[in-house]
Design a protein around this ligand. Sequence first.
Ligand SMILES: *Cc1c(COP(=O)(O)O)cnc(C)c1O
Length: 352
Amino acid sequence: MKPTLKINLNKIYDNAKIVKDTLDKYNVDITSVTKLHCCNPVIVDTLMQAGIKKFGDSRIDNLKNIKDIDAEKWLIRLPSISEAEEVVKYSDISLNSEYDTVKALNEEAKIQNKVHDILLMFDVGDLREGYFDKKDIVDSAKRIKNLTNIRLRGVATNLTCYGGVLPDENNLTNLVKVNELLEAELNTNLDIVSGGNSTSYTMFREDNPVKGVTNIRIGDTILFGRDCTYRSHIEGMNKDAFIIKAEIIEIKEKPSIPIGRRGFSALNSKPEFVDEGIRKRAILSVGKQDIDMDMFPLDNDTKILGGSSDHLIIDITDSKKDYKVGDTFELYMYYTATLRAFTSKYVVKEFI
Ligand SMILES: *Cc1c(COP(=O)(O)O)cnc(C)c1O
């Protein structure tokens, strides 16, 4: 059996509904971030049934998957000038921080006879993308105003990515103020302030909204039922919508400490070992080319020992089940593991 990614659509639906209901109370809309599942149209359809109408992906190739779906499509990674034609073709809004790029989008929009919407990214401290200086963003916005086929809709910021900086009243209010500054300088109305990702959801969940934020872009919390600020499971949401199922190709009893002089293991780590005596281990035919280690066995009495590019080793000593070679074994996955499973061509995708 090939490794299989089992996707539970009902669980995703339930999670989306909870997040949407919470944000509706504050009139904040959701852009559901789809890069984890490569913008899978079946998952997008499920999210639409839960009332979500905007989808954001970092890659144009992914957005092509939903080109015929009637929803608003956002490109959330800064566009490359070289892909301007496709950006205008496949996205309705893109997030930008470079005038030259916006100018290229304008040229393309003219050719395609479209108006392309943009948000300007402002960096409030996490130090990934975005204008850092208020004068800079104002100057750019003024030049952008003269572009005939570009419409500036507001601002966005990215948090808790490079620097791990959390959203708070202070940095998000700073973003809202930048939007107000642009509105004043351009003498226009800008209706979108997109205040971060899943970590910003925590603020609303804790009834601590920031006035002026109108949108957040959420991937993780909807897909994994996880509070990303505390990295903890949210009571009442589903953490196991994505399960990897793989076949056992070996079961043997071995010592818990490797024998011999030790260098680096596969994929560059230098693991530490604890002596727990002889343990019964199962090897699964799936590895880091298809998954990552942020996952948990459904059988609570087992645990992951490690893995390399094509193997995953599980300690099954304490399990109540009598596993045999040829049996399958299941684990639920968090972000990185699921991301790889979606990208790997060796993994079969199955909806349940
Ligand atoms: C990935 C991404 C998001 C979503 O982040 P989550 O932590 O999955 O909610 C939002 N905005 C941008 C720009 C992103 O790249």
